[in-house]
Design a protein around this ligand. Sequence first.
Ligand code: FAD
Ligand code: NAP
Length: 538
Amino acid sequence: MTRTSQAETGSTDVVVVGAGFAGLYMHHRLRAMGLMAVGIEAAGDVGGTWWWNRYPGARCDIRSLDYSYSFDADLEQEWNWSEKYATQPEILSYVNHVSDRFDLRRDIRFETRMTSARWSDSANEWTVETDHGDQWTARFLVMAVGALSAAKEPEIDDIASFNGSIVHTAKWPHEGVNFADKLVAVIGTGSSGIQSIPLIAQQARHLTVFQRTPNFAVPAQNGPLDPEMVASLKQRYREHRAEQRVSHGGVVSPSPEQSAHEVAPDERTMRFDAIWEEGMLFGFLGSFNDVMIDPSANAIVSDYLRDRIRSIVSDPATAELLCPTSYPVGAKRLCLDTGYFETFNRPNVSLVDLRSTPITRLIPNGIETTESLHEFDVIVFATGFDAMTGPLLAPEIIGKDGETLRDAWSAGPRTYLGLTSHGFPNMFMITAPGSPSVMTNMLVSIEQHVDWSSEVIAWMAEHGVQQIEPDLEAQDAWVDHVNEIANFTLFPKGNSWYLGANVPGKPRVFMPYIAGVGPYREICDGVASDNYRGFTFQ
Ligand code: FAD
Ligand code: NAP
């Protein structure tokens, strides 16, 4: 959808930035409330993550039947997923279907990036500007900009000197990339690398994987959905969705009652084998109640997963390089794979360990490491995102006292409930730092945030209130609480993007709230029913 319209100016009730799952649902809610909204989206169409990340192998790692909207009972009945874990094209066609069905594109300006927003306390409104020169005033600003939408380039010298093609998994060319008969490099072995490497290897003449930190990965055991299972789930979909909402991670799974140490080694292995065969992302982390709390319980799971890698990868030296040893399993986001470790048994695939031979720079025909020169036609950066804060801090957001969000968050993000920030009235951030967000099935977290924010807006209209802002004390207490819960666990014990550790110079703060979506929802609902405790209204 190429934008052809001239710069626009005008006034509306709400500006919604982002047209992924979060922004789209926000439009739907606002329209039902009779409010006007203007949507601003940098991409050419709806879909967010699923519009941008088109690399081979991209698919969800939460079951498709769970990774979908629950707000409309007819929608969930009529849509049919073909596989346990849907591909990016299938998820994008679902988003397109939802957008058509609810006519959601109408208010959105595509290929348009929000560049700044400034709050006026006297006018009680935001002025939002875009890279097309648009200027919108609005009572409310909703930042539905995604937690994983600001692609991170690698810190490598002389990138521009490379004469071949460079592609980033998070900005994949829509026309695709032809790897046939090419010498290909993939830099990065997080979820994006792990999903794309097996498929690129099938096409390339030779694929070299550049790995800085190995990751734990569990097989997806993907496949077509059993129609009988789908029919029976659809019969109780409403109940299932209700269970998701009060669950820990936004998926329905049993709560472990035993410590890993209470169970005999043979029985533990049987339990792990069953989880491996089932192919569920967080099964291992929830296999016992102390896996993410007690380092020795965590080591039992890590040992099992490392043994699995050794049993798959034929070359023992390569297998050892692929075994993570520098952090507890789960402290970096676990990956779901299809044939990842098996790929290293192919004759056309090799692995470069960047811990022993770091990249020094790109050269016209390839990559130089401290040890050798590697020639390539195509280099794939699977180097992730400036997660959670990146998309919120890219535009200049200027709050009440002229302070920018960048300055307010210079030592790390500060939010109340992961939804609002002191000094920035009438601004809601969907799945922001301080909320469960990326630790969960994001669809559950997104719907909860959109519902909560739109209910506040409705409450304000009902009570004749113009302005809402979280109190500094409430925000400080929330930030302390988020940190306290995180520090009780092993989650902050890896150099992960959860902590901002993947971006040089980024404050090292564990960003998600990990008490679980059910308990978190209760807190948010409690705040609302207590007349929005912790907020000041005008
Ligand atoms: P996004 O989908 O990221 O959409 C945000 C939009 O905002 C983007 O389109 C962006 O262009 C736009 N935007 C940002 N800044 C601006 C600006 N200044 N101006 C204009 N537009 C702007 N989560 C799961 O729960 N399960 C999964 O299986 C899963 N798989 C994933 C796979 C990949 C490859 C990635 C990258 C993430 C995955 N996630 C998954 C997380 C995923 O991001 C969320 O599930 C969900 O799609 C986020 O929706 P969103 O609307 O919040 O954000
Ligand atoms: P990521 O997990 O941050 O992985 C980035 C990889 O690039 C890491 O291996 C990192 O190494 C490496 N890297 C970064 N900069 C580098 C540099 N300068 N030199 C060498 N290596 C470098 O990013 P991602 O794979 O895009 O995934 C991000 C998140 O998106 C996931 O955790 C997940 O939440 C979501 N996602 C989900 C799926 C899915 O399966 N549905 C797919 C893709 C993404 P270090 O680890 O050493 O930093």
